[in-house]
Write a protein that binds this ligand. Structure first.
Ligand code: CA
Length: 235
């Protein structure tokens, strides 16, 4: 680790969980700030921008989704969301709020620390070592430099991990990538993580890109993009 500690903002209104999470992160070498409400989180995040935010979904004022959405309007800071229930997963990753990852309570604090580290490793400035800066597939065009995706010239807004996942699959056209491989490549996990994260992101990409989404499910294995784009539909 470098000498300067990276700071993590923990947004959680339950003091026992906040201090528990804070303790593990401090032990792992991070500087930790805690915010107990959504408004407090927004204030702290803009006054003293952290390297990463651990954000609980259920807060007493704004909910975590609102907080995430508002932060995303002005910042690409990585956000790891915490939720109490599995059913919230689609909501968290699915509502275009742009969280990078999530954990369901109760979680293992060691796993939380591992995820924080891998998200940070992936979001350091040098992470995007693109060989070429633009990929095209049918009427889909991805510009890595501008972080811009267009379908037939129309821009489509993608969350950061949706973009990275789409890029990675397109960049490996013709190859099947397993969910674990995608987790490692896009999210930086070095262990077998919760692969639903991948599925939820693929679902979102299909919803946002519609017919132009080139991702094919390979049952029992993972996902791929064919080398040839689907024939354009006659209009
Ligand atoms: Ca809470």
């Amino acid at each position: 680790m470098s000498a300067a500690k990276q700071s993590v903002l923990v947004v959680e209104d339950e003091p026992s969980i906040a201090s528990f999470v804070g303790m593990y992160l401090k032990r792992a070498g991070f500087a930790v700030h805690v915010a107990g409400t959504g408004n407090d989180a927004l204030e702290t995040a803009s006054a003293d921008p952290p390297a990463l935010i651990v954000l609980d979904l259920m807060l007493p004022d704004l909910d975590g989704i609102d907080v995430c959405r508002r932060i995303r309007q002005r910042s690409d800071v990585p956000i790891l969301m915490l939720s109490a229930r599995d059913e919230d997963v689609d909501k968290i990753i699915g509502l275009e709020v742009g969280a990078d990852d999530y954990l369901t309570k109760p979680f293992n604090p060691g796993e939380l620390v591992a995820r924080v580290k891998s998200i940070l490793r992936r979001s350091s400035p040098e992470r995007r070592d693109f060989v070429s800066s633009v990929l095209e597939h049918g009427n889909l065009r991805i510009d890595a430099g501008r972080r811009e995706v267009t379908v037939a010239g129309e821009e489509v807004q993608l969350a950061p991990k949706e973009f990275d996942l789409l890029w990675d699959l397109l960049d490996h056209r013709g190859l099947v990538l397993t969910r674990d491989q995608l987790l490692e490549r896009v999210w930086g996990y070095t262990f077998a993580g919760d692969t639903r994260t991948v599925d939820v992101h693929v679902r979102q990409l299909r919803r946002k890109l519609g017919e132009a989404c080139p991702i094919v499910t390979v049952w029992g294995v993972g996902y791929k993009v064919s080398t040839e784009p689907k024939a354009a539909k006659a209009s």
